[in-house]
Design a protein around this ligand. Sequence first.
Ligand code: TXA
Ligand code: MG
Length: 336
Amino acid sequence: MSVARVLSPDAKGIKEAAEIIRAEGLVAFPTETVYGLGANALSALAVAKIFAAKGRPQFDPVIVHVADPQDAEKLWLEVPKLARRLIEKFWPGPLTLVLPKREVVPDIVTAGLPTVAVRMPSHPVAVELIRAAGVPIAAPSANRFGRLSPTHHEAVLEQLGEAIDAVIAAGPTPVGIESTVVSLAEDPPRVLRPGGTPIEALREHIPNLRVEPIVGPSASPGTLPRHYRPATPLFLLAPGQPRGGEPFERGRCGFLAFQRPWEGFAQVEVLSERGDLVEAAARFFAALRKLDRANLLAIVAEPVPEVGLGVAIMDRLRRASSGLAHLDETRVWITR
Ligand code: TXA
Ligand code: MG
């Protein structure tokens, strides 16, 4: 395939993008969370192209995006009361709901599962694109398999520029971290992936919500322990003194800080000077990407508080990391 067309996020660009979707092509588009790699969700052929472009080793279930809650009802067998309440409260927005699917949803969308994940994004360009296409749009994050999720169209072009038909260039995405995925197909409901909708807010409506991760082969890909990886090895800063491990000079490593920069590192990215976890989530993938491009030996990330969107950030950091780091005055000690 040739290089992706870069479309403007206006009526003309959206119309062109919608035509590509209808013709079973691939268009990367902005959502409020991250850029999605979109295809006609009702066409198995179009969805198969998503997997080829991403280089996913196997078919994984993808999220179907709708522009209206009523369109979700056409994809699910039935819509329980709890789903209606959550939709009313959290849509449009970063909450994906999993429920038993109808026949119209091709098996490749759900990787053969009897359930389908659906969400209504709040980004106006995403909503207009889905409306213009006239079909629901299946879209995983627009990154190559296992890599960082793109929060800017430049990041999409870098990873997938030669594998897709077009990208709608709308700049940075406001939330910056993927949607929270909740399965309502289980009783009690379960969080399959923490994300842009805080667990605390969901609990107000689902008091018995389960959050323990499912590990092992039955887990969904967002719950694979290794995921969201930068190319540079990333280590999560642990409390305590260095004990064993390999020493590196700080001057050859990068640091991903929550609030305050740390001394001595070759490059530091600060997620939120005012300690705001929403701002930190919005900057997270872009900051990691910057560090990843800086030719460093390793990246050390500081943990963030595990409340609100901090739960989703820590989830991504744990999956992205290769081990633990400890610091002394001039060095970084890392253990794999
Ligand atoms: O914010 C987001 O969710 C972004 C934007 C583009 O909407 N999308 C995204 O898609 O992150 P993806 O494919 O990278 O992650 C989808 C997650 C995966 O963890 C997948 O396993 C889970 O949703 N998922 C999808 N369908 C499922 C199903 N039927 N049952 C269980 N998990 C499912
Ligand atoms: Mg993803």
